[in-house]
Design a protein around this ligand. Sequence first.
Ligand code: ATP
Length: 326
Amino acid sequence: MSEIKTIGLLTSGGDAPGMNAAVRAVTRAAIYNGLKVKAIYRGYKGLITGEIIEFKTQNVSNIIQQGGTILKTARCAEFRTVEGRKQAYETLIREEIDALVVIGGDGTLTGARIFASEHNFPIVGLPGTIDNDIFGTDSTIGYDTALNTIIEAVDKIRDTASSHERLFFIEVMGRDAGFLALNGALASGAEAAIIPEIATEVDQLEDLIKNGFRKSKNSSIVLVAESELTGGAMHYADRVKNEYPEYDVRVVILGHIQRGGSPTAYDRILASRLGAAAVESLIDGQRNILLGIDDDQIVSVPFSKAIKNDKPIDPELLKVLKVLSI
Ligand code: ATP
């Protein structure tokens, strides 16, 4: 039998659409199972400073459709220190919180893993990031919404690109992961995606030119992942200006619009399923795991595995993009 009576809940790192749906699901599932929920504001920062209130079912009414996170989020340097994490632990003891559900990206889960092993504290992590860069889950909460925001923006840019017969480099988020760029390119019919996963192996611009890039078209769109490994959209635009001055080049950096907006049905359902499963896992005595989705089934992955491994890009996607961009 579980000894967990009170679950603490926080969102951390970059906000992602669907985090609220997950907050709602954890809260309601916990209360349904007779547990108390304590909402921790501003991620690990609020855990250290004790910014905590008990949530009832009505605290999460009318939020499933809202982007961002009602719990707020923060980057917290103190949590990277032993002393900061000790203070966080003292808060949990004081607040009589028996287990934590943390919703966030790679950094958040790394912090959770370190904290859990240092203080022997039960934690379940949910993947909440638009980057989709977490090993062990097909999709992260927020990724589908961000992808849809990207294709909506690219559709609009395409109108002006084709009217002026221009080459556009559109920079999308994703840090060192190319999922948004690659799948965004596929879904918007872009000519190519420049992604960090292969940035050090091939000169992707040379590849584009070699493949007859723009020969049969009056405009071109290339999605570039924001990573330092690719150099970003400006880097490629400068290169084209210098090396291929015949092209009329423009750059668009999509920026933070990719983070906002009402979550898609997919993200709402994913967040709801993962949130409910997080509570059930804790009741079942599981701890220090990430919950994800694999082949439409909820799966659990030990923190150590989820964090240590990089999630690979499927080469089939790269191939399809190349084939369809002739
Ligand atoms: P996103 O990928 O959307 O940006 P994220 O969760 O990866 O989200 P980070 O800023 O990397 O965002 O991490 C969030 C917080 O997690 C950090 O501000 C810090 O408090 C904590 N954290 C990250 N890495 C560590 C670490 N190595 N040790 C302890 N805590 C960490």
